[in-house]
Design a protein around this ligand. Structure first.
Ligand code: PLP
Ligand code: SF4
Length: 338
């Protein structure tokens, strides 16, 4: 029994034992399959259900509107067509010069080492992006290095994805060593949802990867709701912070999930208790299949005003939208002039 539990706790075995069948997810949550299931089965043909059991354990039983469940359960509304919602809203295919890299923002360079994620978030703007054909291999490193050397303004490399923390520590270590060998890189950033959905990913071996590095390390996690941050998850994040790694969070504003001021306030407070600073609050990217998470601009405006009035300034994430072709994420607050 003990051995079995220990095996379940290991992050690699959790990653290979994800829930991928809508019926199983509903059963785990004591939900009646009926309409939920038929919509889910259709929508999951486009973008598969994928969720770690540790994340499902944070959901409420018998609540079809659980804010964590809504983020991962395929929904029949995903199949509705809407002219404003497209497959590549950020124009990333055009920005893709070398295998696995995106250089859209002058000083920052995004490196995609894997297309895989531990969880499939239904609102994700990458749900249609053809990552699998486009990943850098070891033999691509010389080209990437040359590109970085030819662009000395780049001082930060972002490992993104997919989710880079689905990779083995061995593979991460190889890429960290490569990037550390370039003097111009003074910051290494990792964007990952894994610490939230499989908090066991944070272990001694993982933390050791960052010991004694020349560059500053920033870990940007992705949590949209305080219920994702249970005590164990927060204690794991605190371990990361104690290692001298800067912790930030990005969230997406999602209808039905966190579109009320209490949820957003609790999220910021809970993050702060784990030494994670709220960084971005993204409005939804207009990606095909995610229409049902969208909120009217006026609602977003009111919510953000309420958030500003409820929290100290340092706990208010920046409200942003990503606009194709812009040299940075576009702030949505404080730009209005009359
Ligand atoms: C969001 C993003 C970054 C990082 O932007 P920051 O504003 O520094 O967080 C870098 N490259 C790409 C392609 C991005 O989408
Ligand atoms: S890239 Fe991030 S938001 Fe998108 S599916 Fe993966 S974990 Fe979710």
């Amino acid at each position: 029994m003990t051995t079995y539990l220990l095996q379940q706790k290991n992050w690699q075995s959790q990653l290979s034992d994800l829930i991928t069948e809508p019926a199983e997810l509903l059963e785990q949550l004591a939900l009646q399959p009926d309409q939920l299931l038929s919509g889910a089965l259709l929508a999951s043909q486009q973008f598969k259900l994928r969720v770690p059991r540790a994340f499902v354990e944070k959901m409420q039983l018998a609540n079809p509107l659980d804010p964590l469940l809504l983020q991962v359960l395929p929904h029949h509304l995903e199949l509705e067509e809407h002219p404003d919602f497209v497959t590549d809203p950020l124009g990333e295919e055009a920005a893709n010069q070398l295998a696995g890299v995106l250089h859209k923002y002058s000083s920052r360079f995004l490196l995609t080492l894997t297309g895989a994620c531990a969880v499939h978030c239904r609102y994700c703007f990458r749900r249609h992006f053809p990552y699998q054909e486009n990943l850098p291999k070891n033999e691509d490193w010389p080209n990437i290095r040359d590109y970085l050397l030819e662009h000395p303004a780049i001082n930060e490399v972002i490992l993104s994805g997919g989710d880079p923390l689905t990779l083995s520590d061995r593979k991460l270590s190889l890429w960290l060593d490569r990037l550390e060998s370039l003097e111009q890189i003074n910051t290494l950033r990792i964007h990952s949802r894994v610490p939230i959905v499989i908090p066991e990913r944070i272990n001694d071996e993982f933390l050791a990867l960052f010991k004694g590095r020349r560059f500053k390390v920033v870990l940007v996690v992705h949590s949209n709701h305080a219920a994702e941050l249970d005590d164990f998850t927060c204690s794991q994040l605190l371990r990361v912070a104690q290692q001298g790694i800067f912790l930030l969070n990005q969230a997406v504003l999602l209808k039905g999930v966190n579109d009320n001021v209490q949820s957003l306030v609790q999220l910021s407070q809970r993050l702060f208790s784990a030494n994670v600073m709220p960084y971005y609050l993204h409005v939804l990217d207009k990606v095909k299949g995610a229409q049902h998470f969208d909120l009217p601009a006026a609602t977003v405006d009111v919510l953000y005003q309420q958030l500003l009035a409820s929290l100290p300034g340092y706990l208010v994430p920046k409200l942003v939208r990503e606009i194709a072709g812009e040299p940075n994420k576009t702030p949505l607050y404080g730009l209005k002039s009359d």
